[in-house]
Ligand binder design. Structure first.
Ligand code: NAP
Length: 286
């Protein structure tokens, strides 16, 4: 039987251990990781995937683009697809820092809990890979989305990048500290925390008595958590009258989704997994 080969093209210096483990759990027989991948050097790697196996075996070679920088990941993903022609292609997935799968799991669980259309959503620290994708998926659900960052230029740059990819620009808000983020969530119905690991963005007192807030999701699993008063294992539980999800509560769906996408990469050689179809799968699995 032809072995399933998954090539990790990571924009960080070293390929992600997390993506390697989940790739094996998704059914790959071998995972070959490359770090420091750029649009300039990826062409030769792609050639190695598309010129080596015949039409019937090509579906058992696939590419996964990852790394900590969403914009860099998108650029590599674009360069990979550009290198394909005719049936000289393999399936490919973009999931920089778990951006698509984590955001999709969070937003799909929120959307399952309550309709999001017309609601005001604030993505705290929405400048990273997960936050940028969460903003896009909340927009797909019809929410009115804002993102915060500690500096306005960084928040604006993330909004611009989201606009270039998805055709909508979330409102960029500068929020330098927890007090500023408490201001930013005033009047919001949905709060998603997408800050770096182990970083608190919002204190419990700043959300528990806010009458508009209906839904909360925190992506950070490592204490101290992103939103205080939410337990990491919360999965749609009610706290202070709000429906809340912690990082482990949404992490189960994230992992299931990530594995399922990897599994499907080997079904044919023309799959292209990015935000929209990963989100659609999350809604099916949620
Ligand atoms: P990231 O790029 O590391 O960080 C996101 C944003 O956090 C940054 O753009 C930065 O925004 C902000 N930030 C960094 N340090 C900060 C500080 N000291 N104070 C306030 N804000 C700070 O994160 P990511 O890769 O998008 O991931 C987001 C979260 O999802 C992480 O906690 C990650 O561990 C988690 N995650 C969860 C799962 C799951 O299954 N639950 C899976 C994957 C990832 P500014 O500089 O613009 O302020």
């Amino acid at each position: 039987m032809t072995e399933k080969l998954l090539f990790l093209f990571d924009t960080d210096p070293a390929p992600s251990v997390f993506d390697t483990v989940v790739g094996y759990d998704g059914g790959a027989d071998h995972i070959i990781g490359y770090g420091g991948v750029t649009p300039e050097n990826v062409g030769a790697f792609v050639d190695g995937t598309i010129y080596t196996r015949g039409p019937k075996e090509k579906q058992y070679t696939a590419i996964f683009v990852g790394g900590g920088d969403m914009t860099a990941g998108e650029a590599v993903f674009k360069a990979v697809k550009k290198r394909f022609f005719s049936n000289f292609r393999v399936s490919v997935m973009l999931d920089s820092n778990g951006s698509n799968t984590t955001a999709a799991a969070a937003v799909a669980l929120l959307a399952k809990a309550k309709p999001l259309a017309g609601k005001k959503a604030v993505v705290l620290a929405g400048t990273g890979p997960v936050g940028m994708r969460a903003a896009a998926m909340l927009h797909i659900e019809g929410a009115e989305v804002s993102i915060t960052g500690r500096s306005l230029p960084r928040a604006q740059a993330a909004s611009k990048a989201i606009n270039e990819r998805f055709g909508f620009a979330p409102t960029a808000i500068e929020a330098v500290d927890n007090a500023a983020r408490a201001e930013a969530v005033k009047g919001a119905h949905i709060v998603v925390a997408a800050g770096g690991i182990g970083i608190t963005l919002l204190e419990e007192k700043d959300w528990k008595d806010r009458p508009t807030i209906e839904l909360i999701a925190d992506c950070n699993a490592q204490p101290p958590l992103g939103i205080l008063g939410v337990e990491a294992t919360d999965k749609g539980v009610e706290r202070h009258g709000k429906i809340v999800f912690g990082a482990l509560g949404l992490g189960g769906l994230k992992l299931k989704l990530h594995r399922e996408c990897v599994r499907q990469l080997f079904e044919s050689s023309d799959k292209v997994f990015d935000a929209e179809n990963i989100y659609a799968q999350a809604k099916e699995l949620a």
